[in-house]
Unconditional design. Structure first.
Length: 271
């Protein structure tokens, strides 16, 4: 059920960064209108359809309201003190805000092609202004990861790239995932929001397993969201250590980390 929906079409952008038109000259970009809805104290972002692109609880704007967004933080089981974090696809800025608040020592970068999404995050989803630790950029995600200046830089990358149909990631090639791997540090981790009930799922998993040494998938949540976790080299999971790490994260953040570990126990990672 969607209530209080209203269409908001943003025409400007107050963030600095390369203009989307200049870096997507080989493909036309037509953005769907942005719509909002509210229900039971939660504000939702849509791209002109009923599909939810992100959510924020009004009384807890920095909390990760959606379970898949919480799962996208599963890299925390392996990395305790990140220095550089990257989100490709801003949504409501939920992961960006959480990382910015939670990791005070880290620099957080978020990339989104749609200037209206950035503006609506500022005005309706309490996204902080850019500062020395936060950089939200209007840019094509593929162009960002292709840039050699961004290689060997990020401890964790979170990919959540969906259009108005919300059925499969808009970037899903082996070349894209290789570029993401290039942007990670040696021990860096990639998390990706996939749609498990759509043909795009198998394509994305195949591409990721072509590039990365290990890829694990957490159990499906919501209406089909599946979060994949990718490591650059083969990873043998140490569950006693992960369990202890999960307890520490839960005490610090209230995130449901035990379910992440249980999900990893069920994950299949063929060679």
């Amino acid at each position: 059920m969607l209530i209080k929906r209203k269409s908001i079409e943003a025409e400007g952008n107050f963030r600095s960064g390369p203009k989307a038109a200049a870096i997507t000259k080989n493909r036309k970009v037509k953005f769907a209108p942005i719509t909002l809805s509210e229900l039971d104290g939660v504000r939702f972002l849509h791209f002109g359809t009923e599909w939810v692109q992100g959510a924020m609880r009004l009384r807890k704007p920095d909390w990760l309201e959606l379970e898949y967004a919480q799962q996208m933080m599963a890299w925390m089981l392996f990395i305790s003190e990140p220095k550089q974090l990257l989100q490709l696809g801003l949504g409501t800025g939920a992961m960006t805000k959480f990382c910015y608040r939670q990791f005070e020592q880290a620099h957080v970068t978020a990339v989104d092609l749609n200037p209206a999404v950035i503006m609506i995050c500022e005005s309706m989803f309490k996204l902080p202004a850019n500062d020395e630790r936060l950089n939200v950029i209007e840019m094509d995600a593929q162009a960002f990861v292709d840039n050699p200046d961004n290689h060997d830089k990020f401890d964790a990358i979170q990919v959540d790239l969906y259009d108005a149909t919300a059925r499969g990631p808009v970037l899903d090639s082996a070349e894209f995932y290789q570029a993401c791997a290039d942007c990670l540090t040696e021990d860096g981790i990639l998390t990706v929001n996939l749609f498990g009930d759509h043909p795009s799922f198998a394509k994305n998993i195949k591409a990721m397993r072509f590039v990365f040494g290990s890829v694990f998938c957490l159990p499906k949540v919501h209406d089909g969201n599946v979060v994949a976790i990718a490591f650059k080299s083969r990873m043998k999971l140490d569950f006693p250590t992960l369990t202890e790490r999960a307890k520490a994260i839960k005490e610090l953040t209230k995130l449901p980390t035990k379910s992440w570990v249980e999900g990893l126990k069920l994950a299949d990672d063929p060679v």
